[in-house]
Design a protein around this ligand. Structure first.
Ligand code: PLP
Length: 371
């Protein structure tokens, strides 16, 4: 690249490039749905559910409208509602907590740990009260929470475990895929996720046939047979067009996750000499790098250096759940979750997508070295 040319911007994610690589299959899959006209709970939905269940290593998968609904319906299917408490992490996307509120229950927060930014399992038991019904661990940034101690606590206190797997499609914990570890799990297919639709989408996975059956009713007006409504369900279905897109993309997910892991390895080498604290992979599993999150005391400086180098960046997330205005009613004051509060102003997400090149990594790294 000569100095007279402006280098191309480095996007945070590159969905257009990915579309070009699968355009033929995606266009054909969408055209087939339009031709058949089975737009609602059509053939591709059932086939995608089967294929995604197999991918996760579970017996049941139900497509729903988005990841937030997936969490909400999973909680509802477990019988969680008003008066109940659900334990989750203070360091997550707001949707995790909103889904708990939406089903009428109260989110009870626990701090994250400083190494992987995942729920601090050593602090879960102290948060349990007689009202606690579930633990909702989040597999944040692309790696699993430490599930064995969580499942052990849940068993001893007779709690349900609902996984928020919205950022970790394909990640493993001790050889098992996320989505197969708790009683039930929620996935998002928001376009930027590791498996993303071309619009909103979500899914619930479980090995429990009874829970799967409840989800089937809850997502479709509470009906098994048309116009016979057994429970007060709602409308939260995965569109057939999106399922058709997801079936095409699912065939590439394992490769794309490897591309992300490769990008993380490249970053690891290129950033080794910098002052940045780099992401760590927990010894118990694999990381699918939905996000590549570094930590620095001078985030403003790092952002300015990346801006100058033409690289996009993000913050996931700048405000912990308990400091959000919408969650003020939970009654947590500043200082309630010191690790989450210490981490929030120091984290920055670098560009991460499966097609990330060495040249792009080198440009980002040069900016990180110079700042
Ligand atoms: C994306 C996401 C959600 C919500 O998914 P939507 O499809 O956007 O509703 C929930 N939890 C986490 C951790 C997420 O990253």
């Amino acid at each position: 690249m000569t100095s007279s040319m402006t280098p191309e911007k480095i996007p945070f994610v590159d969905l257009q490039q990915q579309y070009q690589s699968i355009k033929g299959d995606v266009d054909a899959a969408i055209a087939a749905v339009l031709q058949r006209g089975d737009f609602i709970l059509g053939g591709d939905v059932a086939k995608f559910e089967e294929e995604f269940a197999a991918f996760c290593g579970v017996s049941h998968c139900l497509g729903v409208a988005n990841g937030t609904d997936a969490l909400k319906l999973a909680l509802e299917a477990c019988g969680i509602g008003p008066g109940d408490e659900v334990i989750t992490t203070a360091h997550t996307y707001i949707a995790t907590a909103l889904a708990i509120s939406q089903c009428g229950a109260t989110p009870v927060l626990v701090d994250c740990e400083p190494d992987f930014f995942l729920i601090d399992v050593s602090k879960i038991e102290a948060a349990i009260t007689p009202k606690t019904k579930a633990i909702l661990p989040v597999h944040l940034y692309g790696q699993s929470a430490d599930m064995d101690p969580i499942l052990d606590i849940a068993k001893r206190h007779k709690l349900v475990v609902v996984e928020d797997a919205c950022q970790a499609h394909g990640a493993t914990y001790k050889g098992k895929k996320v989505g197969s570890l708790g009683d039930i799990a929620a996935f998002s297919f928001y376009p930027g996720k590791n498996l993303g639709a071309y619009g909103d989408g979500g899914a619930i996975t479980t090995n429990n046939a009874e829970l799967a059956d409840k989800i089937k009713l809850l997502r479709n007006y509470g009906q098994r047979v048309k116009y016979e409504h057994l429970v007060k369900g709602g409308n939260s279905r995965l569109d057939t067009v999106q399922a058709a897109v997801l079936r095409v993309k699912l065939r590439h997910l394992a490769d794309w996750n490897l591309g992300r892991a490769n990008g993380a390895t490249m970053y690891g080498k290129a950033l080794a000499g910098t002052t940045l604290k780099l992401p760590r992979i927990a010894p118990y599993g694999t990381h699918v790098f939905h996000l590549y999150v570094v930590r620095t005391k001078d985030r403003a400086g790092l952002m300015a250096a990346l801006d100058a180098a033409g690289s996009q960046h993000g913050i996931h997330y700048p405000i912990p759940i308990h400091r959000q205005v919408a969650m003020a009613d939970l009654g947590y004051g500043p200082g309630s979750f010191p690790v989450a509060e210490e981490v929030a102003p120091e984290i920055l997400s670098l560009p991460m997508f499966p097609e990330l090149t060495q040249a792009q990594v080198d440009r980002v790294a040069a900016a990180c070295q110079g700042f």
